[in-house]
Design a protein around this ligand. Sequence first.
Ligand code: HEC
Length: 215
Amino acid sequence: MKLNLIIGVLISVLIFSACSNQQPQQESESKATKTNSIQLTDSLKNVLIQRGDNIAKHAQAAFQSALKKTIKTNGMEYAIGFCNTEAMQITDSISGTQNAKIRRLAKKYRNPLNETNDAESEIYKTYILEWLKRETLYPKIITDEQGHPVYYRPIGIEAVCLNCHGVPGEDIPSPLAEKIAQLYPEDKAIDFTKGELRGMWAIRFEEYVVTNDVN
Ligand code: HEC
């Protein structure tokens, strides 16, 4: 009974996180963003880093508490439907109010939509190298190809993550591992150990266009 409940919760979290990463369609015409040209000074970078920190924290917390509440009041079945409705609204409202596009990227990805592109792979590589040298990893702001400043922050593996990203059949209960393999046939995001680097947040500030990266 107890194991069933745990697996049930894990599966619904799985389904939830599967949906929570889908990007709401950004309707460029109806939501045309007014852009401000900026010079990316150190002080502006610090401001954006603080904003990025807050958004990442807020996104994580909003999803977790909404899901817990849904399971508690409506049960598992509704929690699955929850993905299509409330989770989308949360992502939408955070993205909208913050004027930012929020993503979680990985080299060893579960969902191929979250794979780092060439430029992002380079950024991630520097984090990996720093991590291998046991240096402290800091968030950073880097201008992307379109000129938008993007906040990056590494994501590490904690004990709880191993339930879905550890060794299948050992850390990941077999029924859950099967469900994951079914949903994500290309899954590369397994066999992680605690403390390893898993990926990174990428939060793009849509309203700014960098005219001159002074650093
Ligand atoms: C209940 C299962 C579950 C748990 C627990 C879990 N994840 Fe995931 N994770 C997933 C699923 C499913 C996806 C794919 C989401 C999607 O389709 O966009 C995912 C995706 C990710 C991604 C996006 C990149 C990718 O591979 O698609 C990151 C980063 C990530 N997880 C990190 C973590 C971290 C860090 C923890 C622990 C704090 C964690 N996960 C715990 C199931 C889980």
